[in-house]
Every structure is written in C-alpha cells, then in structure tokens.
Design a protein around this ligand. Structure first.
Ligand SMILES: [Zn+2]
Length: 498
C-alpha cells in the first residue's frame, strides 16, 4: 500500500438529537462514507468522524414532550444515530457526543479561553429574536410575516446579558479566504450565497445564554452564570474528537479537516462562524465544505406533523443496505434537493440493481461456470474500462457521486451490448463440441466479461461495499491480488426483483 503518509480527515455534521434519524441525515453520512472509503482505497490514512449534537433548548423541549429528562432523551436518540453505522454499513472511525464530558467539554473550554485571551469574547446586554428551531438569533428583516422562514414559527424575544463573539472582526479575512477557495465551498452557488451574505455586513454574535434560562449545556469557563451557545460548542466537535484539549496525536495527525459534509441549513455556521473561531484560536482552517440539499417526500418537506418522515431503519429492513445507499447516492443529487417516493425507489432498484447490475453478474457467471476459461487477455474491452475509471474518478473528485455511478452503469450497459454482439452463450449451449472448441473468440468474450465484472466490483467498492464484496466472492478473486485468476462460485442473486 503506497502513500502511507497522506492523511484524509472527513466529517459529517453532528446530528441534532431532538428527533431520530431520517433519510436526509442518512444521505449525509453515506456521502461522507463514500469519501472515507474512497480515500482509504487510495492508500491514505483516513479518519471519518460523525456524532450527535445534544445540548440546547430544542433538545430540552423534545425531552419534555417525551416525558423524559434531557439526559435520558439524548442518550436514547444518540443510540439511534449510532446504529446507522450498522444498517448503512458506515466506516466511521469515531462517534463524538457533545455531552461527552471527558473529550468534548475540555476542548470547548480550551477554545473559549483562547477566544477570550484573544479579546474576541466580550459581555453585553442584548435584546433579540431567537428561533429555537434554528438555535440562533434571527433578524426582523429575515422573517416572513413575523415567522422564521425555515421553521414557520415566531421567534422568542430574549433579553439577557450575554457574551458576544467578535465575528465582525473576521468578516474581511473570511471573505478573501472563500473568494480564493482556501476554504472550497461546494457547490459554487452556496459559495456565492455566503459571499453575498458577508458583503451585507456581519455583526458580532451572542455566544452564551444565561444559565438560569438554559442549564442544558456547557457552563462558560470562569462564569457559572452563563452557558456556552450551542453552535459555538457544537462546531468544536470536529477537534474535540481528535483530542484537541490535550493536544493529542490524532489532532496533530488529522487536523485540518479535508472535507466537512453538511446540509444547506447549517452551512453558514460552517463557512463563517467556524472559520472565524479557528482564525481566532489560530489553528488551520478546513479545506472543503460540501453542502447537500434536502430530501422531500413526494415533493413535500419531511415533518412529524405530516407523518411523512422516512425512517432509514425501515427502508433498510425492506430493501437492504446497498439498495438504500444506491438510491441516496444515485437518485438524490449530491448538492441539490432531491425527492423520495417508494415508486421512485423501487423503479431505481428494479431497473438499475435487479435488471442492470444483478442480471449482468448472474448472466456472465452462468456462462463462465460452464466454460473453461483459458485466456487472460482483455484487450478488446480495456479502453472501455479505462474510460469508466477516468469518468468515475473525475466525478468522485468533484463530489458528483451520482455521475460516478452513472459512469459505472454505462459500463454495465456496455457489457450487456457486448454480450449481444459476441453471443458467447453459443459456445456453451448451441454448438457441437468440435465447433465449440474452434470458437475461441467467444471464449475470450466470456473472459473479457469476467474482467468487466471484476472492474465493476472494484469501482463499486466505496459506494456499495457489500455488493462489491459479493461479486468478488463469486468471481473467486481478491481485489488487490493480481493477476486475477477467476474461480467461479456462483452465489445468490444480488438484487431479487421486487
Ligand atoms: Zn428557524
């Protein structure tokens, strides 16, 4: 394995624990997982972090509604998010919880003290509108009919003496950083959005709440009357998990993050507040922020009240891990909104997985099982393979997961066409033995198809790891043990038709 030294640190956001996981977050952790797996395959030293964001008023409210203490409530929901690893086959190396007093709290306190030392935290009396849904102060001018445009609820009026963070001090610097792609924001439209936002002028932000009004949070160091503002402490998870508090080896090895994967609703915090905090405490900035959209269900926003929330656990139970991964990566655009419906899901499943991939594997292996494979040449299909690798890797390097999969499925179509042209089944079934032996070209074709399958399995590794493994098993080869010498062991149908 080459390039042992290169590191790759990738994070999802940490999930807010006021409700169990839905498929929007599943999309995010699956995207993050593809990046982690892909970079591991490149031989890089990868660290993949996910976790849960457990403090704040919204969690307290949700706990009250459930008749539980905040601690009981977030413990339960955090387990739900942790279990995504199993059902979605995630390869995360760690899971950080913001209620973790051993790892997270000391890091937050260290960050706070540094912000203060640098003169970036000050106290002032403040009156403002606070949206609990956003867990943020909102401006009058951003409201629609007096309500938060995202949460459709009237914000609360909060009048307190709080600490403020000097965000305004860093606006110029951050604008330049984003303009020059020192933090690369993907997609471009979001980059322009945040630049426009900064151009309108950035104000300092409240970064604590009175503890008597919000006890469920981390106390401000050296001031027990205040609780650290949830966003300020939540963002610290990306370094607290690495052992920032004690300047740990993981922190030295992996920071800065190579990619933060986040949703469009929270990207401003990642592209403005987070870099400003890092500039203040003088540690390097993340390199890329990848922003996904929202998943609607039959064109409507997922919500508890509409009862249309899609539970990833149920989806996986019904269709399997890789089918769900495939849908989230292929049907939902990586950086735009996408839509889920069961018919859409089943159509993708049947056409791409059952008929496309599954059928090709079964067909080729049936032929290969009944013929003696002698030749190990695959010249005729090599240029097609090269093209597929090129296209899928280019797409992946641009975070276009759907296009990378399209490239792989182009190869599947090519293989189907190749079978129709070469008619390799004739050498097995339709011809007398003597003539069969003369049809070497068709035998080579079967062999070529095995090479194509092996390449498909390899290309699928980061996307559908379990399916990839099954194909390798049926081919009787290991991905990294070359030259490949096939020992066909035809197995179960990969994706039975629904
Ligand atoms: Zn809101």
């Amino acid at each position: 394995m080459a390039k042992q030294n290169k590191k790759f640190y990738v994070t999802s956001s940490i999930a807010y624990t006021n409700a169990p996981a839905h498929i929007g977050f599943a999309q995010e952790v699956v995207q993050t997982d593809v990046l982690a797996r892909y970079h591991r395959l490149l031989g890089e030293n990868v660290f993949y972090l996910t976790g849960t964001d457990e403090h704040g008023q919204k969690n307290v409210k949700a706990a009250e509604e459930a008749g539980k203490t905040p601690k009981e409530f977030v413990d339960e929901i955090s387990e739900n998010f942790k279990a995504l690893k199993g059902i979605l086959n995630l390869s995360n190396d760690d899971f950080i919880r913001t209620t973790d007093q051993k790892r997270h709290w000391p890091a937050v306190k260290k960050v706070w003290r540094k912000l203060k030392e640098n003169g970036d935290v000050y106290k002032k009396k403040y009156k403002g509108l606070y949206c609990i849904g956003c867990e943020a102060f909102v401006k009058e001018k951003d409201l629609i009919n007096g309500k938060c445009p995202i949460h459709k609820k009237e914000p609360e009026v909060i009048e307190e003496e709080n600490y403020f963070f000097r965000l305004s001090k860093y606006q110029k610097q951050i604008k330049q950083i984003i303009e020059k792609d020192k933090i690369k924001i993907i997609p471009e439209a979001r980059k322009n959005e945040i630049l426009n936002f900064i151009r309108q002028g950035v104000e300092d932000v409240s970064c604590s709440r009175l503890r008597e009004n919000l006890k469920w949070g981390i106390p401000v160091p050296d001031d027990e009357t205040q609780t650290v503002y949830i966003w300020l402490e939540a963002l610290v998870n990306y370094i607290s998990a690495l052992g920032y508090a004690e300047d740990g080896t993981k922190f030295k090895q992996f920071w800065p993050a190579d990619v933060h994967c986040v949703g469009k609703d929270i990207f401003r915090f990642h592209c403005l507040l987070w870099p400003a905090m890092l500039l203040s405490i003088k540690i390097p900035l993340p390199k890329t922020v990848l922003i996904h959209g929202f998943i609607t269900v039959a064109g409507q926003k997922m919500s508890k009240s509409l009862g249309n929330v899609i539970d990833p656990f149920e989806l996986v139970k019904k269709y399997g891990t890789d089918a769900v991964r495939y849908f989230l990566l292929r049907e939902i655009p990586p950086t735009e909104d996408g839509d889920f419906t069961y018919p859409k899901f089943e159509e993708r499943y049947n056409s791409d997985l059952a008929k496309g991939l599954g059928n090709l594997v079964a067909r080729v292996l049936t032929m290969a099982e009944r013929t003696k494979i002698q030749e190990y040449t695959h010249i005729a299909v090599q240029s097609q393979l090269d093209q597929t690798w090129k296209n899928s890797q280019k797409a992946l390097s641009e975070f276009k997961f759907n296009e990378a999969l399209m490239a792989i499925w182009d190869l599947i179509s090519f293989a189907d066409g190749y079978i129709e042209r070469e008619r390799p089944w004739e050498v097995i079934t339709e011809l007398p033995t003597k003539e069969r032996n003369q049809r070497t070209g068709q035998k080579v074709a079967i062999n070529n198809l095995l090479f194509i399958l092996a390449n498909i399995a390899q290309l699928l590794q980061p996307f559908l790891p379990e399916t990839s493994e099954k194909i390798f098993e049926q081919l009787g080869i290991k991905p990294d043990k070359k030259p490949w010498q096939f020992k066909i062991k035809k197995g179960k149908i990969l994706f039975p038709k629904i």
